[in-house]
Design a protein around this ligand. Structure first.
Ligand code: PMV
Length: 290
């Protein structure tokens, strides 16, 4: 007997880090999945190499959803690990769904996201919840910590590319680094939060009226804030430069930064293909939303 569940990857369109401090953010599901398969076993065991954090997160989720941990866990993922695409959240959601099936329970997307959050806390300390929400619901969402996510409607298709700059810094440490900056420079930080909220408002409106040029500008503006927080790297800067020189409308760090993925907006499907081709060495791929 085997039970299977899956969860999406995500990219943050606007607002990483600021969402941890109560601001709104916009995120989108990336059509790439992590799938977990569970089989009965005498005690918890893993069919793949994994670290202590993953083991602890797995225990927390299985205890909660299935009332025990006597399973063999296997995983397959189309997402890069530690790249800012929400691998851990997609794993936690996939595991919550597989665990629920093993326990003979039906859970909806909201419950899967909530159970997965138990695992995300193990991985990331004080996550905002944006990753597990997107991993469970999919789509395009406006998010604020502690509130229910709101699905957003795009007024047309948007064409994105994701390129991977390599292993990113640990989310937990980068979140602490930003919290340190907030403490040291509260006035600048609160200006940045206000600026980010303005970018979110304008982005919601650009998405609704299918204004890709404006959305690209806003992604660049968001990236400038993330740069000021010290979250960019020379490789991220190079990827952005290549993308912008090849017709991208905007490009930004997505996720915690310090490495990881860059989210790029192209003008159309052909443009996205071209940019992905130029960024092949960074594992770039294109997809559309809306
Ligand atoms: O890089 P990731 O996929 O771990 O995304 C982190 C996003 C942050 O806003 C930095 C943290 C959070 O919990 O929202």
């Amino acid at each position: 007997m085997e039970w299977e569940g899956s969860g999406y990857g995500k990219a943050i369109l606007i607002g990483e880090h600021f969402v941890v401090h109560g601001a709104r953010g916009i995120a989108l599901a990336v059509p790439r999945k992590t799938t977990v398969r569970l089989g009965k076993a005498p005690s918890l065991r893993f069919g793949f190499e994994c670290g202590e954090l993953l083991k602890e997160a797995t225990r927390a989720i299985l205890e909660r959803v299935a009332g025990g941990t006597d399973f063999e866990v296997n995983v397959e993922s189309e997402l890069p690990v530690s790249a800012g695409m929400g691998w851990s959240a997609s794993y936690c959601v996939a595991l919550a769904r597989a665990g629920a099936k093993a326990a003979g329970k039906e859970i909806g997307d909201g419950e899967a996201a909530e159970i997965a959050f138990e695992g995300e806390k193990v991985f990331h300390g004080r996550p905002s919840g944006i990753d597990n929400t997107l991993a469970a619901f999919g789509g395009l969402m406006l998010f604020r910590k502690g509130e229910g996510p709101k699905a957003l409607e795009a007024g047309g298709q948007f064409h994105f590319v994701i390129a991977n700059s390599g292993k990113k810094g640990a989310t937990k440490e980068l979140v602490e680094k930003v919290a340190g900056m907030k403490e040291r420079e509260p006035e600048i930080f609160s200006w940045m939060v206000r600026e980010e909220e303005r970018i979110v408002d304008e982005a919601v409106s650009a998405l609704g009226r299918a204004d890709a040029a404006k959305l690209g500008e806003l992604m660049d503006a968001n990236n400038a804030l993330l740069e000021r927080l010290g979250l960019s790297t020379p490789i991220i800067d190079d990827i952005r430069k290549i993308a912008l020189e090849n017709g991208a409308l905007g490009a930004k760090i997505t996720g915690a930064g310090g490495g990881g993925c860059v989210l790029i907006l192209a003008a159309d499907a052909e443009g996205a293909k071209k940019i992905a081709g130029k960024l092949k060495e960074y594992g770039a791929f294109e997809f559309s939303v809306g």
